[in-house]
Write a protein that binds this ligand. Structure first.
Ligand SMILES: Cc1ncc(COP(=O)(O)O)c(C=O)c1O
Length: 396
């Protein structure tokens, strides 16, 4: 059996989405900008896809939704665009973000610091969420942009976006949210929250990889990252990724359609898995369930090194994550765990389990059995963990 519990890394393409995109590879493969029928026959599908994207996040007609290659591009675009438009011009000098953003935000901010930008990385509380007060303290008249994620990729914790956007606006700053881990899991409404920019990525909501988007409220001017043939209304050059756009539109419509299912059924399965984990001694889960998106659990299993757990589960066909980059030979600690102030033991024993609407009860039952067995096996050989003798009559 193969059980995929790493949906915050990427998701399976919904077969309905795949079906919609296939004709645009070998049948309707024209360049939409060409003047012949090969080009023009792609237009109705592109129009439909853009409508689906607008409607999925509740954008208005005078907003822009620009298709990008991924959310990494969208995030970089906002930060660097603001740098060119508001900071290099001398108008402002400051960007605020959080200490638990995806590297596509933090690495871009680190780069901007080398260009003289003042960046504040807001701390998070023990649940991994930025407190409103810390934003109020950090923001000043020179703040150009506040960029805070909608939901965290490691913990699944949801951030108070609406209130943060309001605080940013009161101080004359623009507000961006990386909503990559929110779309398809909870409702994302750009008008209700008042965000100015919003990033998303199709492969996180059952669309294909290599296509994402950036929402821009009221078509606010933002210096382009990609100059060239003036595609996307001159905002982003590059021949349109027709299959990708068609697929992302369809995936967005389905993401909204299945929200109710996410709230009920994905939450139920996630809670079942989480309850089973918490039956194990010395297991800690980050953040209250009701504050998280429906699909995510970030647990720490004392005495069980995250990587060892992944290897063990992988032998049984179960895919999970430690949440760390795993790019080095060394055992990585989970960066979000570190940001919430968890000790080294908790950070090194992180296990992220993320479900999707394609996860079945049978898969969860199978995962529960094998996680419990893996914990027993790995703790038995752990040099740091020993089962403390239980003394329920400790008062005697
Ligand atoms: C919160 C968040 N932002 C941005 C990204 C980057 O998305 P993409 O793979 O489309 O570049 C990810 C991917 O893991 C993410 O989880």
């Amino acid at each position: 059996m193969r059980v995929y519990l790493d949906n915050n890394a990427t998701t399976i393409v919904d077969p309905a989405v795949e079906e919609k995109m296939i004709p645009f590879f070998c049948q309707m493969y024209g360049n939409p900008n060409s003047l012949h029928q090969f080009g023009s026959e792609t237009h109705p599908a592109l129009k439909r896809a853009m409508d689906q994207l607008y409607s999925g996040i509740n954008a208005k007609d005078n907003d822009d939704v620009i298709v990008t290659s991924c959310a990494t591009e969208s995030n970089n675009w906002v930060l660097k665009g603001i740098y060119f438009d508001k900071i290099k011009t001398g108008e402002k000098d400051h960007i605020i973000t959080s200490s638990v953003e995806h590297p596509s935000i933090t690495a871009a901010c680190k780069f901007l610091e080398t260009q003289g930008v003042r960046v504040t990385y807001l701390p998070v509380n023990s649940e991994g969420v930025v407190e409103i007060e810390s934003l109020k303290e950090a923001i000043d008249d020179k703040t150009a942009l506040v960029s805070i994620m909608w939901a965290n990729n490691e913990t699944g914790m949801i951030f108070p976006i609406k209130e943060m956007a309001r605080i940013a606006h009161e101080k004359g700053a623009l507000f961006h949210s990386d909503a990559v881990q929110a779309i398809g899991k909870i409702a994302v409404d750009v008008q209700d929250t008042g965000v100015d920019f919003l990033s998303f990525s199709a492969h996180k909501f059952h669309g294909p990889k290599g296509v994402g988007g950036l929402y821009i409220k009221d078509s606010i001017p933002l210096t382009s990252l990609l100059h060239g043939g003036e595609h996307m209304g001159g905002r982003r050059s590059g021949t349109l990724n027709v299959p990708g756009i068609v697929a992302m539109g369809e995936a967005m419509e389905l993401a909204v359609k299945y929200l109710e299912y996410e709230y009920k059924e994905v939450t139920r399965l996630r809670n079942k898995l989480e309850d089973a984990l918490l039956e194990i001694e010395d297991v800690f889960v980050v953040g209250k369930r009701e504050h998280r998106v429906p699909n995510t659990i970030l647990a720490s299993i004392k005495g069980v090194e995250g990587e060892a757990m992944l290897w063990d589960l992988n032998r049984y066909g179960i895919a999970a994550s430690t949440g760390s980059a795993c790019a080095s030979e060394e055992l990585e600690s989970n960066p979000v765990m570190e940001a919430i102030g968890a000790d080294a033991d908790l950070s090194h024993t992180a296990l992220r389990l993320s479900l999707s609407r394609f996860t079945t009860e049978k898969e969860i039952d199978y995962a529960i059995i094998h996680i419990k067995e893996a914990v027993k096996r790995l703790r038995a050989i752990s040099s740091t963990y020993s089962y403390a003798p239980k003394n329920h009559k400790s008062g005697l």
